[in-house]
Design a protein around this ligand. Structure first.
Ligand code: ADP
Ligand code: MG
Length: 241
């Protein structure tokens, strides 16, 4: 199957606010997809629905061959642990435990024995081997995000979602994280879907999906950072008007 997640007429409302307005979309396997759009356009909501973190108000979210919008919260959690990785802007590592324990905690919660060879490969690939026994606060932001990437990939998820993963990083660390995400896709066949407001970050992806007012307004193949910047400026003006 060449689609990892499919959304069919997905709407998500918060009271009066329609955060997603009937989105129909298929996320292709093995691609690095960026999601851009003005603030409040529904990017984070799209990720949360597609990652089965949050059920849609109406419509279907299909992961593998399961419609997760019909599952109980418990079943959604089980499915998410098996199929989905998530990377947050603020890393979301537990401060009181070591990096290694942070990485293996989700597996242990799921009752899965960590695959040591796979973890070793990931740890070396992201370059945090000498930080495994440290607490998160002893690492730089870039190192913490790379640890969070290992955690997200530990269970070999079908798809990794990242919501502004470079938003809290300096330019150099951001570039390292983007290089890493791109290599995970190119060399390991991982599927990555990344929200970003940085056109240069989006330009590292294969494709960029552009959102406005809870809808997908564009899907661009390999756009340049300049092209994205122009489109985003136009959309931001339209939002402000
Ligand atoms: P983006 O990530 O593109 O900035 P969001 O998906 O976070 O946008 O938000 C889309 C819209 O939904 C916004 O108007 C936002 O205020 C609203 N929204 C998002 N999450 C919630 C929530 N938990 N409760 C109420 N409104 C929300
Ligand atoms: Mg957001």
């Amino acid at each position: 199957m060449n689609t990892v997640v499919t959304l069919e007429r997905v709407t998500k409302s918060y009271g009066e606010v329609v955060a997603l307005d009937g989105v129909t979309l298929a996320f292709p396997r093995g691609r690095f997809l960026a999601v851009m759009g003005p603030s409040g356009s529904g990017k984070s909501t799209l990720l949360q629905c597609a990652a089965a973190l949050d059920p849609p108000t109406s419509g279907s979210v299909i992961i593998g061959d399961v419609d997760v919008s019909k599952l109980s919260e418990t079943k959604r959690t089980v499915l998410r642990r098996k199929h989905i990785g998530f990377i947050f802007q603020a890393y979301n590592l537990l401060p009181a435990v070591s990096i290694m324990d942070n990485i293996t905690l989700p597996l242990r919660l799921a009752g899965v024995r960590p695959d040591r060879a796979w973890l070793d490969e990931l740890i070396d690939r992201v370059g945090i081997r000498d930080r495994l026994n440290h607490r998160p606060a002893q690492l730089s932001g870039g190192q913490q995000q790379r640890a969070a990437i290992v955690r997200a990939l530990a269970a070999r998820p079908d798809v990794v979602f990242a919501d502004e993963p470079t938003g809290a990083l300096d330019l150099r660390s951001a570039a390292q994280v983007l290089d890493l995400l791109r290599r995970l896709v190119d060399e390991m066949g991982q599927t990555v879907i990344m929200v970003t407001h940085d056109p240069a970050a989006a330009a590292r992806a294969h494709d960029t999906l552009v959102m406005a007012d809870g809808r997908v307004v564009d899907l661009l193949n390999a756009p340049s950072a300049e092209d994205l910047a122009v489109r985003l400026t136009r959309l931001n003006r339209a939002v402000a008007a």
